[in-house]
Ligand binder design. Structure first.
Ligand code: NAP
Length: 253
């Protein structure tokens, strides 16, 4: 029960890594606010948690809209009096050469992946500072650190998430706020499957991805949820501005 009595807000909690994180946090005693732009999927996460005896409330928000992010954080604080953990996890991918990426496509991926993290931090930090404690876990990517063809806009957003994480960690460490990032490698989620499905031979694409991972398998959403749990917990009290890579060794070489 490493998050007993904690109030947590997780974005992108209707699928993949966000849902696994929501389930794990609830098992560890947290009250979970599961936010996603897909209301039905967020409600499904709520049901899954309630079936296990946990506490969850689903919220439908688009993280790229500042007023929606601000409103959900204000509601959490008004309802439960505190916000202990924020996981800025919602994200989208774009596989396209930069030379044919439109301005609208570029803006869309930045608005969700980077501006969404900015809005979450901007509105959660004042409350955490008032409390004198809090933890923010931003989902970046191994692609914040290494390059991959066709991921120009995506890599740029995730590198931005790491830079923002470090600056905020520096600014707020003295106020007792832990701000860190997790950098997942290829994780078996609907997002990754959709990327495989873009290839002529999706099954072969998945085999190639697995070949690039020393651990010999794709990650599971739970692999990343466990890292997020560590960063959200008091075990990580002295961890500030870190980028924990969980990629089965893919970026070792
Ligand atoms: P996922 O299964 O697609 O889940 C992401 C969730 O976020 C979806 O429910 C999605 O809704 C939601 N979402 C998207 N845009 C949103 C917005 N503007 N506001 C609120 N919710 C929004 O993806 P995942 O693989 O779990 O990815 C989670 C995070 O991990 C992302 O930040 C991703 O970049 C990062 N990541 C993933 C991998 C990987 O291999 N899977 C690797 C490195 C990093 P829709 O379904 O409607 O889009």
């Amino acid at each position: 029960m490493r998050l007993k009595g904690k109030v947590s807000l997780i974005t992108g909690a209707g699928s993949g890594i966000g849902r696994a994180t929501a389930l794990l946090f609830a098992r560890e005693g947290a009250l979970v606010v599961a936010a996603d732009r897909d209301a039905q999927q967020a409600e499904k996460t709520q049901k899954l948690i309630e079936q296990e005896g946990g506490q969850c409330e689903a919220k439908c928000i688009d993280v790229s809209q500042e007023e929606q992010v601000a409103a959900v954080i204000a509601t959490v604080v008004k309802t439960w009096g505190q916000l202990d953990v924020l996981c800025n996890n919602a994200g989208i991918s774009l596989l396209k050469p930069v030379t044919t990426t439109t301005e609208a496509e570029w803006d869309k991926v930045f608005n969700v992946n980077l501006k969404g993290v900015f809005f979450g931090c901007k509105h959660a930090i004042p409350q955490m500072a008032k409390q004198g404690n809090g933890a923010i876990v931003n989902t970046a990517s191994e692609l914040a650190i290494v390059a991959q063809p066709l991921y120009g806009a995506y890599c740029a957003t995730k590198a931005g998430v790491l830079a923002l994480t470090r600056v905020l960690a520096l600014e707020w460490a003295a106020k007792g706020i832990q701000i860190n990032a997790v950098c997942p490698g290829p994780i078996a989620t609907p997002m990754l499957q959709a990327e495989f499905d873009l290839a002529d031979d999706p099954i072969n694409e998945e085999k190639l991805a697995i070949k690039s991972i020393p651990a010999g398998r794709l990650g599971t959403p739970e692999d990343i949820a466990k890292v997020a749990l560590f960063l959200a917990s008091e075990d990580a009290q002295f961890v500030h501005g870190a980028a924990i890579v969980a990629d089965g060794g893919k970026t070792i070489f």
